[in-house]
Design a binder for this molecule. Structure first.
Ligand code: AMP
Length: 478
């Protein structure tokens, strides 16, 4: 197959310049397939997980199609919302809008991101000044509609990003409300990492004769990610994790646990052993969490431990390794987790520590990805099991754990459950509230991150890392 360039995709010079400045040379497979289809006006159902370059796959043609509407007028009437990008979480919302802004930097098109959990009044003035591209979580968008700070009657392009997550998080009622506010004549693009029956139903409902593209087979995991399972007793997992970290030359490792408690305990234990580890979860202060993210971004922390929600949406270029300390009970979460590594063609490693109790979940995962993951029985020296015992999973992790930590359902300042009072999951599965996810990410501008007294070998070979988030908080922008 001959390699195509962005210029071959007939993108406008102002967009091409922005791409060059972003350091992109060639389109990723999803971009090469999606861009021409979007430009010709088709609806799209794209099976692409995070890390494939899916954001640019919809953002670039979207910008190109809106270029004729770019205007330097200050009149809000000249800047109606023409493209609406709906995403499930605030973290993803921030990232998507940052990408849109970067690609649109040489155009007069305006973009904005709105999400729940922050004072709505900080978003209203910018919204009222007019933006062509609005990135939003569903509930907050409806809040703005109710407050009449936005009109959606000129939307000509709709993007549903991470549609599977949206369904997962119970956003269907909100989506339907939003859809009802949009002009019937519009182009719809749907991106989803997984292709469940529900997603197919959603696509049948929202899309018109969609073109289907799949960059990886349905529910397949990235080809460039090497997967491996270690069969290990729960009590031995900590020792094995320490061994794996010691033996790895990975510059950064993201470790997934099922609960905040395990994340926290594990981080403390690893710190004691001299590993530059930290946890991100809602039981920490805002400042501590900001520091953990900043430190991982800068490389001062080499092992970041978190739950599915905590790590969702983190955009880390060249993240070489993901370790599932506990495998998720929902197999789709496995696909999302390992999608954190091996992004945009880079190579990655995904290791899962699986206890006998978890083998049933492993079977489900293998069924979903239609692949058998190579397995090895872990060889944990008996003498080193002392510390391992104390790391036995807390009681609440054993048996059927809730499907991830669902606390990132956006919340509005006036609501105490789903982003809006009507955004309830179809089948609530033990939500656990984690107020951190109600807050936007605000990188610390205060004290520098304290270095760990002793750096673990995994820190030795640091590689460049892309920004997790931009330095400016969204509330500042708004
Ligand atoms: P996404 O799947 O949209 O989250 O993108 C994953 C990562 O790939 C992001 O960090 C992008 O900046 C990067 N990326 C997207 N498109 C390209 C490209 N054509 N070449 C190199 N990197 C890219």
């Amino acid at each position: 197959m001959t390699t195509i360039s962005f210029a071959d995709l007939k993108l406008a010079p102002e967009i091409l310049n922005a791409l060059t400045e972003s350091g992109y040379t060639t389109p990723t497979p999803v971009q090469a397939q999606a861009i021409p289809l979007v430009l010709e006006g088709s609806d799209l159902m794209a099976g692409a997980q995070t890390g494939t370059g899916k954001t640019a796959a919809f953002a670039l043609p979207l910008l190109q199609k809106l270029l004729p509407h770019a205007s330097s007028s200050t009149s809000p009437a000249r800047h109606p919302v023409r493209a609406l990008i709906l995403v499930p979480t605030r973290e993803l919302a921030i990232q998507v809008e940052e990408s849109v802004k970067a690609y649109a930097k040489h155009t007069k098109l305006r973009s904005l991101v709105v999400f729940g959990g922050v004072d709505i009044r900080t978003q209203t003035p910018t919204l009222k000044r007019g933006v062509e591209i609005l990135v939003a979580t569903p509930g907050r968008l409806l809040d703005h509609v109710e407050m009449k700070s936005v009109q959606l009657n000129q939307v000509q392009m709709l993007v549903l990003d991470e549609a599977d997550r949206m369904l997962d998080m119970g956003f269907m009622p909100d989506l339907k409300r939003i859809l009802a506010l949009l002009p019937k004549q519009r182009q719809n693009l749907m991106f989803s990492a997984t292709f469940s029956g529900e997603i197919k139903k959603l696509s049948a409902e929202f899309l018109t004769r969609p073109k289907l593209i799949e960059v990886a087979r349905s529910n397949a995991t990235a080809e460039n990610v090497t997967q491996k399972v270690y069969l290990v007793e729960q009590a031995d997992k900590h020792v094995l994790l320490a061994q794996l970290l010691r033996g790895s030359d990975a510059s950064q490792v993201l470790v997934f646990t099922k609960t905040k408690l395990t994340a926290s305990r594990l981080a403390k234990q690893l710190q004691k052993e001299g590993v530059a580890a930290d946890a991100i979860h809602g039981d920490k202060t805002q400042l501590e969490r900001i520091k953990a993210l900043d430190a991982f971004k800068s490389g001062a922390v080499t092992v970041l431990i978190g739950t599915d929600v905590a790590a969702r949406g983190l955009d880390i270029d060249q993240l070489p390794m993901v370790i599932n300390y506990e495998i998720p009970s929902a197999p789709e979460d496995y696909v999302h987790r390992i999608g954190r590594t091996g992004r945009a063609g880079a190579f990655g490693k995904a290791i899962s520590l699986v206890s006998p109790e978890e083998e049933k979940y492993l079977n489900e995962i293998e069924k979903l990805i239609k692949k058998e993951i190579p397995k090895e029985k872990a060889d944990v020296p008996h003498a080193s099991r002392n510390s391992g015992r104390s790391e036995r999973a807390p009681r609440e992790h054993q048996g059927h754990a809730p499907r991830g930590d669902r606390s990132d359902r956006g919340r509005s300042p006036r609501g105490d459950h789903a982003e809006r009072s009507h955004a309830r999951p179809a089948a609530p599965k033990k939500p656990s509230h984690d107020p951190w996810f109600d807050k936007p990410y605000e990188p610390s501008t205060t004290a520098p991150i304290p270095k760990q007294p002793e750096q673990h070998p995994v820190a030795k070979t640091r590689k460049p890392v892309a920004a997790l988030f931009q330095r400016k908080s969204t509330t500042e922008k708004a």
